[in-house]
Design a protein. Structure first.
Length: 752
């Protein structure tokens, strides 16, 4: 009728006779002990000292697992009671509140007593103490509604210490003088901060986590804690300091553990603001009414101050375990001119102007200004570490506070930024307060870029150009030109170290070639800024070579490209001898969506020594070739994206010099195999077989259709006579084939 076979149970029994069933869940015999404890009010349940918060805790010993600990307390229905039962040495236990009937009123430590028969008690079951039985325990029963024995606490002024702990009660009362928003927090002995729940007079929770609590003047509130208490008003100004100057470092000190400083900010309503810190402090910006702003966007400069001016920054210690008590911050208004240094433009001479930003134990941040009339539409902003091992973050915003880009040395060193036309920009740099130096560079990547080497695009089969790499991390530039914006160019940079990379932009600065791709195709401009860089940390080769080849025109593929008539089963061989005078060959493929080709170079070699392939889908110019490591060695596979239904996807195939040629010239022989049942747009079909009448003897016949194979056969039968053809020739477009048949012994017949 009731009971948990695995543990103790609570049953409500009427008068009568009952059977208690006990069974063994183990494999071997065991000894069971059973107890039956009436839970109704009865002698042997001592009362607690009292329900005041300054009452001494009740202590005792739990004699056995089969026993129930019982303590009575005096209270009235409707009162909110807390019961805190603890074992001295920890362990597994459960406790609850009951009345004289033994019914479980509350399982939680926060219980509003219902009307009942009285006889309120706390019952506890000690199951598994850490030590042995008897197990020592303590019990506090406290009245949370209209509590007694609490220690009053006053609001904490900014810049001052929290109220000392009152462990003798674990209860504080706070009566605000002004209605407003408050933060109630506990500060432990190590400086750790945690929110404190705030309770109303009836014991109900007004604010569970103690954050941003709206409290009414003259109303007492209760806080349960035995550590130091910090109660801050977000609207108070007592202890707030002035002296923050925009774009200048501000240094502060936490004089005591748990201190929160308040700094008045010289900013109007609607201002865009960035507040940078050295990571020693947590900063919250609030308005005159205590509303907080921009919890997650203070650093990037996109915070817009709404609400009601004036504004203040509330500064608290981020990590109390840190030895230092000093913090530093700097406030920038990002939608107005600032007193930052001018960020001078660089160029591609190999020795561009770089702006030095230095960090020290006293300086962790800096800022730069880009004048409205001194920038292009798109620029590379680059940050490089000169000394030290710390990281830095960069945010760039225009004069209206709009973010245009950001960089962090943790993930990269440069970014292409679209700067707002005819607008000044602010560059915010945030590092750490440790010795370090960074260099910032900005480079125009549009047609007005300075220091680019003029480079005319060559026809496929033409020569490469080249140069000497700059110091790793520094960009060089070739301004590659072609006659028509409809031309398609193949761009690639090579060196014997395999370390050079390129990134390319149109005349307007639009991005066309990814820094991380090895070669690319571009169209839509008559001028391209092709940037060459050896990444920092890599070794530069003595020289690099740049391929800039015209593989397409407004009329279609470049005339130098071989036109492959069919790719149903592959194509080739493609043969050539490549050198720096003739760096590549190309072919035009009648391919289709989903095509996949295996490439076989003769002689075979590694990726670095073999010719390099690219297959550009002409509709998107994405390269579909990639290298694979297989059991047969290193090989290339080229493919086109899938689509349904299958559709024609003409592509341009480029074969270029190896990354590391073994000698001055490289012989190319390439066989390409379709890696699936059928490639290209054609389906396998048979049209006609003719002529329809042939004489006896050895004859030839013609088969028409599509995707015809060399091993396709014509079979003629007549009665017991049967003959199969041998293939003499298949047309390059695989739409016609010529076969031979020996009809010397054939009876007379007519082809259908």
């Amino acid at each position: 009728m009731c009971g948990d076979p695995w543990d103790g149970s609570w049953c409500e029994l009427a008068a009568g006779t009952y059977t208690l069933s006990v069974y063994n869940s183990h494999w071997e015999p065991i000894t069971n002990r059973v107890s039956l404890v009436p839970l109704m009010a009865a002698p042997g349940c001592p009362a607690v000292v009292g329900t005041r918060f300054d009452s001494a805790p009740t202590t005792g010993l739990a004699a056995d697992r089969l026993g129930i600990v019982c303590h009575a307390f005096t209270a009235a229905p409707g009162e909110r009671i807390t019961a805190d039962f603890r074992l001295t040495e920890y362990g597994d236990f459960g406790h609850w509140i009951t009345d004289g009937t033994g019914k479980r009123i509350c399982d939680s430590a926060d219980c509003v007593l219902p009307a009942g028969v009285g006889g309120y008690r706390v019952l506890a079951e000690v199951r598994r103490p850490t030590g042995e039985f008897p197990a020592a325990y303590s019990l506090k029963v406290r009245r949370l509604s209209n509590p007694e024995g609490c220690v009053p606490v006053a609001m904490t002024a900014y810049g001052s210490a929290p109220a000392q702990a009152a462990p003798q009660t674990g209860c504080r009362t706070f009566t605000p003088a002004v209605t407003g928003r408050y933060d109630a927090q506990g500060i432990d002995a190590r400086g750790g901060v945690s929110g404190i729940a705030v309770h109303a007079a009836d014991g109900s929770a007004v604010c569970v986590d103690g954050q941003d609590c709206l409290l009414t003047a003259g109303v007492p509130y209760t806080l349960l804690t035995d550590v130091a208490v910090r109660i801050l008003s977000r609207t108070a100004t007592v202890g707030c300091e002035s002296g923050v100057t925009l774009a200048r470092d501000h240094k502060g000190t936490f004089a005591v553990s748990g201190e929160v400083d308040c700094l008045n900010l010289p900013l109007p309503q609607g201002a865009h603001v960035a507040v940078l810190s050295d990571s020693a402090a947590y900063i919250t910006v609030v308005d005159a009414k205590g509303a907080a702003f921009c919890a997650n966007t203070l650093r990037d400069g996109t915070c817009v101050l709404g609400g009601t001016a004036p504004y203040r920054a509330l500064v608290s210690e981020l990590d109390p375990s840190d030895e230092g008590d000093v913090y530093r911050l700097v406030v920038h208004r990002t939608d107005a001119p600032s007193a930052c240094r001018t960020f001078l433009p660089g160029d591609f001479t190999g020795k561009p102007v770089r702006m030095s930003v230095k960090n020290s134990t006293e300086v962790f941040a800096d800022c730069l200004t880009i004048a409205a009339n001194d920038h292009s539409a798109l620029e590379i902003i680059q940050i490089q570490r000169v000394s030290g091992d710390s990281n830095a973050d960069v945010s760039i915003l225009d004069e209206k506070g709009k973010p245009v880009c950001s960089i962090t040395t943790s993930y990269g060193s440069f970014s292409t930024c679209a700067l707002t036309p005819k607008a000044a920009h602010t560059v915010l740099v945030r590092g750490r307060n440790v010795p370090a130096e960074f260099a910032l560079t900005r480079l125009d990547v549009t047609a007005t870029a300075r220091g680019c080497v003029p480079t005319a695009a060559a026809a496929v089969g033409g020569p490469s150009t080249g140069g000497v790499p700059a110091t790793p991390g520094t960009f060089l530039c070739h301004q590659v030109t072609t006659a028509d914006a409809a031309d398609t160019l193949h761009l690639n940079v090579r060196d014997v170290q395999g370390s050079a990379r390129l990134i390319a932009y149109t005349a307007n600065g639009d991005f066309v070639c990814d820094y991380f791709n090895e070669g690319c195709a571009a169209t839509g401009s008559t001028r391209y800024q092709v940037l060459v860089q050896v990444p920092e940390g890599k070794t530069a080769a003595p020289a690099y070579r740049l391929d800039a080849l015209r593989i397409g025109t407004a009329a279609g593929p470049a005339p130098e490209c071989v036109k492959v008539p069919n790719v149903s089963y592959g194509f080739g061989p493609l043969t050539a001898t490549l050198s720096e005078r003739k760096t590549a060959i190309c072919a035009v493929l009648p391919a289709a969506t989903g095509d996949r080709f295996d490439l076989r170079f003769t002689p075979a070699g590694t990726f670095e020594q073999s010719p390099t392939p690219w297959m550009y889908d002409r509709s998107g110019l994405k390269n579909g070739c990639e290298g694979w490591l297989t059991s047969e060695g290193q090989k290339y596979v080229c493919s086109l994206p899938n689509a349904s239904p299958k559709a024609s996807r003409p592509s341009t195939f480029v074969i270029g010099l190896p990354e590391k040629p073994a000698q001055a010239s490289t012989a190319v022989r390439l066989e390409v195999t379709c890696a699936q049942a059928l490639c290209g747009p054609d389906e396998r079909t048979i049209g006609t077989v003719g002529p329809s009448t042939v004489g006896q003897g050895k004859v030839t016949m013609t088969v028409t259709g599509s995707a015809l194979r060399e091993d396709s056969v014509v079979r003629l039968t007549s009665g017991s006579f049967s003959v199969r053809s041998t293939t003499l020739a298949v047309a390059p477009d695989r739409r016609r084939m010529t076969v031979a048949l020996d009809l010397t012994k054939a009876p007379s017949a007519r082809c259908p």
